[in-house]
Structures are given as C-alpha cells and as structure tokens.
Write a new protein. Structure first.
Lengths: 102, 514, 540
C-alpha cells in the first residue's frame, strides 16, 4: 500500500492538534511560537497534499509558498516582540505577564 | 493559442491590473518614500507623518477617480468594485485622521522616541487593509490579513519601554497568529474540498457538487474564526480589551475602526460570494446563502451577534479604565454590525456600511478625547476623570457628543446607524416566515444597557466635581480644531444623513464570478 | 399669526431657546478675583428674557387659535402648520424613498400643552435664582430642555417626535445630576435609564410602522388605507398591533409615570433642584399622557379598545397607590415634603390615565384639562417647597410647624395651591377631576368609585401636611429670622422673585376654576373628533 492523500491528511491533522495543544498549554512564549509553526505547517501539508493528489491545479503549492513566507515574517516579528518582553520583564512566561486585566 | 500569445495576454492582463491597482501602488510608493525620508531626515520626527498625509491624499484622489469601476485584476484574485472602494475610502479617512491625531500624542512623543517607523507602519497597515477589502481569493485574503496584522502587532507595542504596551503586543501577536493559523488550516480544508481558492470558484463547486457537510462546517467555522478575530466578535474577542488598553491610544483607535472595517469587508465579501445561491453574473440578488440546507448560517451569525453585543455591554458595565471600557464597547458595536450581516440582504449590507461610517466618526472622536485627556492628566482611569469636563469644557462637550452618539442618541450619527441596522433586521422576511424580531429586541435591550456605562463616563466628567474649582487646562487651538473636525460630521450626518446613506447605497455592488 | 423671517410661530417658540443657549455659551462666564461668576445675572436674565418671549408667542398662538378645528388625523385640522422636507433619500433597497419631514402643527390636544410649557418654563426660570453653581451650564441646559419639550408637543412627524423626545433626556440628566441633592447621581441615572428603556422599544415600533406606511408622518400612520397589507402592523394583524400598542404604552407610561413604572419619580423629584422639579412635574410628566393621546389612541384605535379596561385599571391603581404612598410618609424624621408631592403627582396623573381610558368626550377633555391643571398646581407646590428649603435647608415635614405666623403671605399662597391640589370647588383642579369622574363613571362605574377614594386620601395627606408645617408651634430653631444678615432674604416672608413665580400660577388656577370655558373651547372639537375616531375604530 503506497502512501496516499489520507496519510498526509492524518499527518497534518496530528500536527495541527499538537500545535494547538502547544499553543494552549505551553507557558513559555517560544514554545507557543513553535506550536504556531506546527499549525502553519500542517496547513502547508494539506495544501500540497491536496494539490498533488487532488490533481486539480497548482494553487495549493503556490499557497504553501505564501504561507511559508508569511510564517517567517510572523516568526520574526513575534520573536522581536518576545525579546522586548524579555527586556521589560526579564522572563517570557506568558501566564505571568498580566499587568492588564486586573 | 501558443506560448507567445499566452504571454501577450498575460502582459495585457498585467497592464490592466496595474492600472486598477493604482491606489495600492500609491500607498506602496508612499511607504517607500517614508522609509527613505526617515533615513535622510533623521532629526525630524514628523516628516514621515507628513509624507503619509500627502500619500493618503494622493491615494484618495486615485480612489475617487475610479470609484465606479467594476473589474477584476490579477487573474480574478482582486476585485475593484464600489464595495471595496467604499471600505478603502473609509479606511483611508481613518488612517488620515489617525496620523493627524498622532501628532498630538504626548505618549508617542515622550522622550526622544523615533517615530519614523510608526508612521511608516501605519501606511503599511493601510495597504494590508486595502488588500483585504478587495481580495476575492482566500490566499489573497490571508495575505491581506497578515500584512495588516504584522504592522499592527508592532504598532500596538510601539511604546516599547512601557510594560503594558509590550504586553499588549505580545498578547496580540500570539492570539493573532493562532487565529490566522487556524484560518489558514480552514482554507486548506476548503481547498481540499473544492479544489479552488478563488471565492467564485468555491461558490461554483458548492453549487454543483454535494460536499461533505461536516468538513464544510468545520472549515467554514475556522475561516469565520479568522474574520471574527479581526472584528473582535465573541468568542474570539478575548484579546481586544488587553490590547486596546495596552496599546497607544492612537493605535487603539486605529484598530477599533479601520481593522474592524477591513474585517467586515472581507467577511461580507466571503459570505456574499461563497454562499451565493446561484453562480450569478454581476451583483448578487437577495437570495444569498440559501445553500447548505443542513447548516443555517444565518442563525450562526445571529447567535454570534447576540453573544457579542451582550458580552461586550455587560462586561463594559464594570470597567474602570476608559480605554478598556471603550474596548468592550467596540466589541458590542461589532455585535450590532453583525446584526446587519445576519440579514445579508442588500439593506443588511447597507446598514453595516452606514453603521461603519457612523462608528468611524464617533469612535475616533471618543479615542481622540481620551488621548487628549491622557496628555493632560496622564491617566485613562475613570476615577481621574472626575470634574474634567469643567477643566476642558470644549473637549468635554465633544466627548459627551461622541458618547451619546455611541449610545445611539437621536441627532447624532450613531442614531442613524442604529436605526438602519434595526430597520434592516426588522425588514427581513425569510422563507417559511422566518424573521429576526427577537434579534432586534436583543439589540435594543443591549443599547439600553450600554447607556449605563457611556453615561458613567459623562457622570464622572460633569456630574462629579462640579463644586471644586480647579484651574482650566490650556489646550492648543489646533487640538480643538481636530476635535471639531470630528464632532461636526457626527452631528451633521446625524441630522442630515442623506449623504452617508447615498454613499453606502452606491457601494453595494460586489463583484462575483468571472 | 404672521410668519416672522419666513418661519412660523411654532418654529420660533421651539427654537428660540436654542438661540438663547447659543447666546449663553457666547457670554464668557467671567470670574472676579474671588472666583465668583460675574455674569450670572446676565445668564439669568437672558433665560428669563427668552422664556418670556416664548410666553408671548404662546399667548399669541392662543389668541389666534381657531376653536373648532379638529386635528388628530386630519392635516387640515391642524393650525400653524409648517411642513418642510427635512431630508430625502430616494431609491433605496427595501426602504424605497426615505423621506423625513419637518412637520409641525397643533390641535386641541397640543395647544394647551404649548401654553403650559411656556408658562412653566417662564415661571421656573424665576425659581432658578436659587441655583448657585455652574450657572452658565445650568441655564444652557435649561434652555435645551425647554427646546426638547416644546418640540415634542408640536411634532407631527414620528421621526421628529422621537428626536425631541430623546433630546430632552440629556439636559434633564445633567440638570438633576449636577445641580441635584445628595443622591443626585442615582436619581439622574435612574431617570435616564428608565426613560431610555421605554423609548428604545418605541424606536422598534416606529420602524415597524414605517415599513407599513413608508413615511414617518404620524397622520399617515393613522390611516388604515395607507398601510401595506403585508406589513407587520397592517390592519388585521391584531396581535402584532396589540404588541406595538403595548410597547408604546409602556414607553409613555414610564414617563407619566404609572404604577408600576413610577419608582424613578420620587427619586428624581427629591434630588432635583426646585426649578427642575417644577419642570419635571409641570411638563415632563405630561409628555407621557400626551404621547398616548397623540400616538397610541389614534394609531391603534382597535388595540385601545382591547386594552381599555387594562388602562382604566392602570389609572386606578396609580391613583390609589400614589395617594397611599404619599400618606405613607409617616416615619417620623423621614417625612419628606417633596416626596409627598412627588407621590401626589403619581396619583394625580393616574386621574389623567383614568380619564383617557373612558373614551368619551367628558373623560378625555377632563384628562387634558387635568394635565394642564396638574402642571400649574404641582409647579406651585414645588416652588413652595423650594421657598422653605432655600431658607431652612431641610424639607422634613417634622422639622416645621407654626410657619403661618412667621410667613403669613406665604401661607396664604400655599393654601391656594394645597386646596387646588385637593380639588376644592372654585379651583381648576375641581373642574377637571369632575369631568374625569363623570366620563369614567359612564365607562367603568365601579373603578371610578374606587378611584374616588383617591380624592379622600388626597385630602387627607394634603391637609395633614398643611397642618404639620403651618399650624401648631414654631420650633425654637426657626424662631429667629431665616437670614440674620438680611443679605439674601430681606424679610422672613416670601420675596418678590418667588412671588413673581407663584402669583401667575395662582391666578391661573383660580381663574380656570371659575371660568374654565376658554380651555374647553380650545380642545372640544379635537377631543370630540378623537373620541369619534376611536369609537368607530378608525377603520382598522
């Protein structure tokens, strides 16, 4: 049995779930970002798998490239913001950063 | 058709598209100019701001010049239609006012902070919102959302040495990135279901093929989550209060008006096009989203709307920080606007447009006054507002007008917006006698609740502290002029709303299909 | 009456206060070295001047009023009509053409109210001399309130009506909230929220009616032929029409206020400064009953019949409950003079509701006349309370006694007001209550008899209060002069400014008690028309 669309979808589903789980449960901002990357990459796998096996068009692959680019910019900006947080708070545990919402 | 003629077609298409893309190009040029100017005039903090203002005027002129065009650009991924034009103009006016307001912000001009990037990023964010308004392709929508969000993440933490500001930007970037991640996952599922990313093609596939309902529901919900995040609808609102409270006031105002408007533009276009009943030619008749018999999207949106406004208003009752209070009020206003989306008929969309115009003036005005007060007393706490109305009377009266307008008081533009939304909801008559009277009733109950906290601000400003005779604040004439520039339309369009209604009415045309 | 500068008398009488407000805003509230506002006299006299001009116009309107013209649903029956287009937007989806008119005019129902508003506003501006802080803001808000009230009584376009109806809320909020007593914040917000809740539902009904007739013109909404038969409030949709009627009724009943929506009134009255209490009781409450007569009755004549008995009950309960509450002020030390009068207002407005529920000319004209009389009588009562409050800084009934010796003239005037409130023959209150009972007896004899108890209770609490304050022994603390320096109060008794406010009202009360015909002449044709219109159901 060859590897088909279903396998890719299962993989992406698992990645998405892990990513979401990381985002919700991790306290360290960097870990949250990593979870985020997983979510975005699971979407990428979907795009490419559908494009490859659906046999319709190349839109999916183009989309994946866009997503990769945007993921990089997003990560860059998020890291900069986390760095700034570190300078202000000397830690990056997001559950302890709640000056707002008293 | 050989490769040569194909490439010629491509060139023609590109040429045509670039022409249609002129306003966005103007924004890009402004963006680049601002960066260069910032490098050259290192000393000046305002030069990029002025370049932004000039660029916005040029963009506005270009927008006006093709206001009635309806055409696709870039292989039907980008629609230039009156609907998009309306939102772009609205966003442009907002951006313009925000730049003007920023000149007065003590918070931003504190110390020797460089503001070149600040104004540059505002231009960039405007560009992102422009893309969002016009996209007819899910990937373009995603790019638009990201372009807008990336700038806003930075802007909301621009006063980076202030803790609450950096906290706001952290929360914004994490929640924002997650919600757009979920959205792109939803997009990938839709792509798998239909094989397309263009809204019109998706609509076509939905019409011809019988798709799996569960998957469609899940992916649809994921995409709606992305939009709902931008318009801060419940249950995707949790970032709003924190970010609005922490960000600089100018950026809070910008987010609450422009980015909400752009979110609504994309949301309405998405629903209008994707769930259109027939692959229509030109504009869509009223029979929208009769698709998908098993899922009543109307009810979904209606419930979302009720939750949004009720939560926004109820939580706002207890707030003690004016910025945070206005954040919850802006959540509530998103709920009112969703009432118009629920109806989705022409009048429904029109009511959202009218409401957005009203909301732009009154909300910008309210935040402007909050900013001026923060300049004067260095606080945004409700308690510190005691008697402030007597110390800065003109601003105080303006604030009262903005607040009662947010409340929907007659003779202000907010009333026209509410009247229109309620009319749209009451006028709806669906199949099998479906109506939304209950939604309208929830709406008016909510607007009665909201009276309490708007009036609470007024109470602190005027009712309390009338006795002690503190010194009056000195305000520069320019800052009063800006207040009047926003207050005059608030009153004028409240008394003579013809122009706003007409503008919204001519902007209903949404391009669909090829 | 001639138009002046192209605008009719109704526009002038309504928008003159706006002019006054602008003038007040333009006058700098210059302060001398001691921080005292130097232009306060100017603000006062500008306000008095403008309200006096209003009064002159109102008298002019009265003199030129043609008795015998109908009104209600006949455009030709309205007098001093002005009908301009406010704004029009054409070719909209669903709406078609949105056309909002500036359409004003008066008939027999609104004419007495215009007169009343002009009189009360003029009188209350004298009572405003007791206001000491933020005088500029006070008079600006006062004039804005005046504008809103006038506007409500002249509007014949529902949109316009709603704008004025809401517009008046905001100045009232400030007037109670800023210049009120110790619990002013609570009282002001309570008043605001109560009224707003009533009016948001009114807004929904307005929209629904608009979809019926595609116009905001009230007269169109009274014409069954103009309705789109598929619209929600079209003739025949009885259930929805009843719902709409009820929503509007509640909105107006909050303003009246009828039990059980009356709880804002005692709070607002107790906290409001004297002149604002005067306006509140004198004019604002009438807007509720006026709204019912102008909107509920002729627009939903079918539903009125359906609810007739219910409305009579609301009236009766208000009469008795208000009177009992007033009488219930017996906890020693907590007895508040103003609260007593506030509850008496609830009771007296109950008569109006009872009279309106009778659906015959006698009851209806009695009700309108009672609106006018209650306006004048209660204004007097509140000014009277204000007079001793300004001197003694207390309104507790138990703090006084034997004032008759100290203030003989004051006592005389007070007696007029009290006896008028009780409904002594020869006073205007007697005539209107008579008419109401006559009319109501024809419709609901038993309820009327029960309501008659209200008169007895009314006499009880009024006489009791009179006795408490004016007879008996003067407490030691008041034995000296009110104002030992004689700077503010030259004599112990009432002063000229206060007399200027009270005498005209006293004359009106006695005059109309002896010779009420002018009032009835004004309203008869309209009332008969309305009664007939409702009797035949208006075609609905």
């Amino acid at each position: 049995m060859g590897i088909g669309l279903t396998h890719y979808l299962i993989l992406s589903g698992i990645l998405f779930a892990i990513g979401l789980f990381a985002v919700i449960t991790r306290r360290n901002a960097i870990m949250v970002l990593m979870g985020l990357e997983l979510i975005l990459n699971s979407a990428n796998i979907n795009f490419i798998a559908f494009s490859r096996f659906g046999g319709i068009n190349l839109d999916g692959q183009v989309a994946a490239i866009f997503v990769i680019v945007l993921a990089v910019t997003e990560a860059a900006i998020a890291l900069a913001i986390i760095l700034n947080i570190y300078q202000n708070y000397k830690h990056i545990r997001i559950d302890e950063i709640n000056k707002l919402k008293e | 058709m050989g490769p040569i003629s194909h490439s010629i077609n491509f060139l023609e298409e590109l040429q045509k598209s670039v022409g249609l893309f002129a306003p966005e190009t103007a924004l890009t040029v402004t963006f680049l100019l601002a960066i260069v100017a910032d490098l050259i005039f290192r000393r000046s903090r305002n030069v990029t701001g002025f370049i932004a203002l000039l660029g916005f005027i040029a963009t506005g002129a270009l927008l006006m010049s093709n206001s009635s065009t309806s055409a696709f650009a870039f292989n039907s991924t980008y629609a230039i239609d009156p609907f998009a034009n309306f939102f772009k103009l609205l966003i442009l006016i907002t951006s313009y006012l925000i730049v003007v307001i920023s000149f007065f912000s003590a918070e931003l001009y504190h110390g020797n902070r460089k503001l070149g990037e600040y104004y540059t990023l505002i231009i960039g964010m405007t560009f992102g919102m422009f893309i969002l308004c016009s996209s007819t392709n899910l990937i373009m929508i995603y790019i638009g959302i990201e372009a807008m969000s990336l700038c806003s993440y930075v802007l909301s933490g621009y006063t980076k040495e202030i803790r609450r500001s950096s906290e706001a930007s952290l929360k914004y970037v994490i929640y924002g990135a997650v919600s757009s991640g979920i959205m792109i996952y939803g997009i990938s599922l839709i792509y798998g279901l239909t094989g397309h990313l263009g809204l019109a093609e998706i609509n076509h596939s939905l019409n011809v093929a019988n798709l799996d309902h569960i998957t469609l529901l899940v992916s649809g919900m994921m995409i709606i989550a992305g939009f709902a995040y931008k318009i801060s609808a419940v249950p995707f609102h949790f970032w709003t209060p924190d970010v609005y409270e922490g960000a600089p006031v100018t950026i809070t105002a910008f987010l609450s008006v422009a980015s909400k408007a752009a979110g609504f533009a994309a949301l309405i276009r998405f629903f209008k096009v994707v769930f259109a009943a027939v692959p229509a030619q030109g504009s869509i008749p009223d029979a929208t989203w009769n698709m998908l018999g098993s899922i009543d999207w109307r009810i979904v949106i209606a419930i979302l709307s009720v939750l949004t406004m009720t939560l926004g208003n109820l939580v706002a009752l207890k707030q003690t920080n004016v910025k945070r209070l206005l954040a919850y009020s802006s959540i509530a206003h998103a709920g009112y606007m969703l009432m118009g989306v629920t109806v989705m008929s022409e009048i429904g969309v029109q009511s959202v447009l009218v409401y957005l115009v009203a909301y732009m003036f009154m909300n910008l005005g309210a935040f402007y006054v909050v900013m001026q007060y923060a300049n004067l007393i260095g606080s945004e706490e409700l308690e510190d507002y005691t008697g402030i109305g007597y110390r800065a009377p003109v601003l105080g009266i303006c604030m009262v007008i903005f607040l009662v307008s947010l409340l929907g008081f007659p003779s202000t533009v907010g009333f026209i917006g509410k009247l229109y939304i309620f009319s749209a909801v009451l006028s709806f008559a669906g199949k099998n006698g479906q109506n939304f009277y209950w939604l309208a009733i929830m709406g008016v109950i909510n607007s009665a609740i909201s009276a309490y906290f708007y009036i609470k601000i007024v109470r602190n400003m005027f009712v309390r502290g009338a006795e002690f005779d503190k010194e009056k604040f000195k305000l520069s004439p320019e800052s009063l002029v800006v207040a009047l520039i926003i207050v005059i339309p608030t009153l004028y369009f409240g008394l003579f709303p013809g122009a706003v209604i007409r503008w919204a009415e001519t902007s209903l045309k949404i391009l669909v299909g090829n | 009456m001639q138009n002046f500068l192209g605008l009719g008398p109704l526009t002038w009488i309504t928008f003159l206060p706006l002019l006054g407000m602008i003038i007040i805003f333009l006058i700098p509230s210059g302060k001398d070295e001691k921080g005292k506002e130097t232009s306060k006299q100017l603000f006062r006299w500008v306000t008095i001047g403008f309200t006096f001009l209003q009064l002159i116009i109102a008298i002019g309107i009265y003199l030129n009023y043609t008795a015998g013209m109908t009104g209600i649903n006949v455009e030709g029956g309205f007098q001093f009509r002005e009908h301009y287009n406010w704004f029009t937007v054409t070719g909209l989806p669903m709406f078609g053409n949105v056309k909002v008119d500036y359409f004003v005019g008066i008939d027999g129902i609104s004419a007495p109210m215009i007169l009343l508003t002009a009189i009360v506003c003029f009188v209350a501006s004298f009572a405003s001399f007791s206001i000491k802080k933020q005088i500029k803001g006070y008079f600006a808000m006062y004039l804005l309130l005046d504008l809103g009230m006038m506007g409500v009584f002249i509007s014949l376009d529902f949109f316009l009506f709603y704008v004025f109806w809401e517009l008046m809320l905001l100045p009232m909020y400030f007037l109670i909230g800023i210049w009120g007593g110790p619990r002013k914040e609570y009282a002001a917000i309570k008043f605001f929220i109560y009224t707003l809740v009533g009016s948001v539902f009114m807004l929904l009904v307005i929209i629904g009616l608009y979809f019926g007739v595609h116009s905001f013109n009230m007269l169109d909404m009274m014409d069954p032929l103009k309705y789109d038969p598929t619209s929600i409030f079209a003739p025949g949709h009885g259930w929805w029409r009843n719902v709409a009627f009820f929503a509007l009724f509640v909105g107006f009943a909050i303003k009246v206020p009828s039990v059980p929506f009356h709880t804002w009134l005692p709070d607002a009255h107790v906290e409001a400064p004297t002149p604002i209490s005067v306006i509140l009781a004198g004019v604002l409450l009438k807007m509720g009953t006026y709204g019912m007569l102008r909107i509920n009755w002729p627009m939903f004549p079918d539903s009125v019949k359906y609810f007739q008995c219910f409305i009579a009950w609301v009236g009766t309960v208000s009469i008795l409950y208000g009177a009992l509450c007033a009488l219930g002020q017996f906890k020693v030390g907590k007895r508040d003079f103003k609260k007593l009068i506030a509850y008496s207002s609830v009771s007296h407005m109950g008569y109006v509701v009872l009279g309106m529920s009778s659906m015959n000319s006698s009851g209806m004209s009695g009700a309108i006349f009672q609106m006018f009389n209650h306006g004048t009588i209660t204004s007097m009562l509140f000014i009277i309370v204000g007079v001793i409050y300004d001197r003694a800084h207390t309104r507790g009934l138990d703090d006084f006694g034997g004032l008759a010796n100290k203030m003989p003239i004051y006592t005389g005037i007070m007696a007029i007001a009290f006896f008028a409130a009780i409904g002594l023959p020869g006073m205007s209150g007697f005539v209107s209550e008579m008419m109401i009972f006559l009319g109501a007896f024809m419709a609901y004899p038993i309820l009327t008899v029960i309501s008659g108890l209200g008169i007895i209770l009314g006499a009880a609490y009024m006489l009791w209060a009179l006795q408490k304050v004016f007879f008996g022994k003067l407490p030691d603390r008041w034995s000296g002069p009110w104002d030992p320096t004689h700077k503010i109060y030259k004599t112990d008794d009432i002063n000229a400014v206060e007399l200027a406010a009270l005498i005209p009202l006293a004359i009106l009360i006695i005059g109309l008690g002896i010779y009420p015909a002018p009032m009835f002449n004004m309203m008869n044709a309209t009332v008969n028309h309305l009664v007939e219109f409702v009797r035949i159901g208006g075609g609905f």
